[in-house]
Write a protein that binds this ligand. Sequence first.
Ligand SMILES: Nc1ncnc2c1ncn2[C@@H]1O[C@H](COP(=O)(O)OP(=O)(O)OP(=O)(O)O)[C@@H](O)[C@H]1O
Ligand SMILES: [Mg+2]
Length: 307
Amino acid sequence: MASPLPASVDDTLALLARGRYVADRSLATALFLALKLRRPLFLEGEAGVGKTEIAKVLSETLGRRLVRLQCYEGLDVASAVYEWNYSRQMVEIRLAEAAGERSRESLGSDIYSERFLIRRPLLQALESDAAGSPVLLIDELDRTDEPFEAYLLEVLSDFQITIPELGSIKATEPPLVVITSNRTREIHDALKRRCFYYWVDYPDAVRELEILKVKVPGAGAELSRQIVGFVQKLRKVELFKLPGIAETIDWTEALIQLDQVALDPKAVDDTLGVLLKYQDDIARIRGSEAASLLQQVKNELAAEKRA
Ligand SMILES: Nc1ncnc2c1ncn2[C@@H]1O[C@H](COP(=O)(O)OP(=O)(O)OP(=O)(O)O)[C@@H](O)[C@H]1O
Ligand SMILES: [Mg+2]
């Protein structure tokens, strides 16, 4: 069954918590307003900070269908919106010829009917079902090219798609739209203006610890604290690619598999590839740098305990 949209920021926080998503108040506020005012939520941020997850959690906790449009270079209308099923149309034409009964006009209108239409994500997102309008996730928009972005702008303005052979299809109720971008290029102001914008940042230590509690409940308190302390320090080092929340979660799971109850320099060195994905970054951290960061973390945690 579909749940109603959240009625307040607190409601939104509770909704995300139900989907095991640990959000701070500012994100919950942006999401609440986007849902309330029926505007797309535009989430920008580094990789692995929980942008895509928000759409998934929304669909799950609100009980609505998730329609996902994964963007890539060269994405076109045929893959994103609709396409005619040419092979089935051909078969229909052959059958009509063989039967020799239909006029050209009636055949023409017949093969351009909904029966031969292949609906792609943007068109699917205009259809409501019993649970209400779906959640439309437009993921990694920065990977598409600008003409597609311009097309999208039109769709997001009136939630209407025109198919020349069929006419216009309009959403009775607009979908709940979440757009994400890793900012490999800037998205046009015109598109951003239609959305609520939110920059998803790396979490602070308190929130990251909270995320670990929710996502990897099997991890001991000591190990979790050390992991978060280490990752937070790592994010201050100038690296080619900083670890996201996804990496923190993966690293914790890896360390549990290795029966680590606490971090030690060897365990860190042996598992760095879970946290860092570039050889230059790994080479820079492995060994003395890792050991020194770990020592700092342990000192700080010991000082916290004493205080
Ligand atoms: N605030 C959070 N609470 C709970 N889990 C989170 C949170 N943020 C991220 N995660 C977890 O981190 C993982 C990565 O999140 P997600 O895939 O949404 O990142 P992303 O920002 O979309 O990254 P990318 O840009 O690489 O696609 C997911 O498995 C998600 O469960
Ligand atoms: Mg993503």
